[in-house]
Each structure stands twice: as structure tokens, then as C-alpha cells.
Ligand binder design. Sequence first.
Ligand code: BG6
Ligand code: MG
Length: 230
Amino acid sequence: MHQPKAAEIKGCIFDMDGVIVDTAHYHYLSWKEITDDWGFDFTPKANEILKGVSRTESLRLILELAGLEKSEEEKTALCVEKNDWYRQSISNMTADDALPGILPFIEELKAAGLKVALGSASKNARHLLTLMGLSHHFDGMVDGNDLTRSKPDPQVFLLAAEAMDLLPSECIVIEDAAKGIAAAQAAGMRTVGIGEVEYLGAADLVLSSTSLLSLPFLKNRLSADQLPAG
Ligand code: BG6
Ligand code: MG
């Protein structure tokens, strides 16, 4: 069957946590500081559903898992406490903490004339990029401070495409969260999942590590005949 030709990829949108840097792990550990106090066993597997989810929505999901209820005041205090743990854990991060292959890949994209944007649910993402000395690489930065809707809503990626002055169909999204892949697909973008097929099987392509990212490889694997008609 004839497939429509996919638009040329002109921009790449990077999720932050778990893609540019291994902070998905620190978000988990920060929540675990709190859940350990409750005597609740918050496992890495349970954490998968929190990836890409805002801080307040994460707390709502954790309380649901733990079977607990908290007042609005308590929830606000818990979000502050979690963020304090998290900010402390990222406070000494530098460009050396970027995940393997990420910086060479960004340089490869820029050298090929592609635009690069951040598309993160985290309110700390822009701060962290600046702290790591990486913000100058980005043509657009969208983080949790700009959003009114959480992934899997496409808002974050539509804003990132707009910031690069590109159409959604010209963008590719690199994500480690199933909800992030769903958000990118809802935005009409191509997707690369970083992690396990078990969680990211809906992506156009799943890579086990950021070290496998390369522009020729992506262009080849995400060509028109690899994409669903639509
Ligand atoms: C996302 C993470 O990038 O940011 C989530 O995947 C996290 O785990 C969310 O909850 C919100 O982050 P922050 O820094 O605003 O608490
Ligand atoms: Mg992520």
C-alpha cells in the first residue's frame, strides 16, 4: 500500500529527565525519601507511571498507590519537601552528567542545520540546563513552568515546535516516558523511546541507550515506509 511521504525532520525535541540527564532516578529517590517515612514500599516499577507526570499529579498517584489521603496543606508541604530533596540531588550537576552520546548528538543535529528544543514536564528543567551550562544549545525551551496540562497532553511538545517555528510533523521527540511518547504522538510527531520496549513499545523506535542516537540512523529508521499511514 502506498504510504504518504513523511515531512523532513527539521527539529528535535528532548525530554529532560531520563533523556538529557539521569534525573528520572533522582525524582524517584526524592519521592522515596517521603514514602519510606510512611513505611510504603515505592518500587522502581511503580515509578514508571510517574515518568513525565507533574509534581502534584505524581503525589496524587503515589497517595493512591499507598492508599493514603492527605489534606491540601499536607500535599503542598510534601511537594515542597520532595522538591527540596530533588534540588539538593541535582545541585552539583555539570555537563559531565549528560547521558552518554547526548551532547555529540545535539552537536550533530546543529551541524546538520536542525533545531533543538527542550520539552519537559519538570519545573526544574530550564534551571538544570542552565546549571549544566547547556542552555545555549537550545533554540527553544519549554518546561513545567509553561504548562497547564501534563503529558500525555500534547501541549508541551506543541509549544516546543512553536518555539522552534516548526510544524509538529517536522519534529521528532526523544522521550523515556510512555506518557511522553503518547503526548508526542498526540501532537503528530515522530518518536524515539529511550528505555525498555515493555514500556515504550508505542514509539516509532525504541533505543536502549542515548549512546545509540545518531541522525543518519534516525532518518533511515524513521523514513516514510517505517511510519503508519495518516
Ligand atoms: C518530569 C519527570 O520530567 O518532571 C517526573 O519525569 C517529574 O518524574 C516531573 O515528576 C515534574 O518535575 P518537577 O521538577 O517539576 O517536580
Ligand atoms: Mg523523562
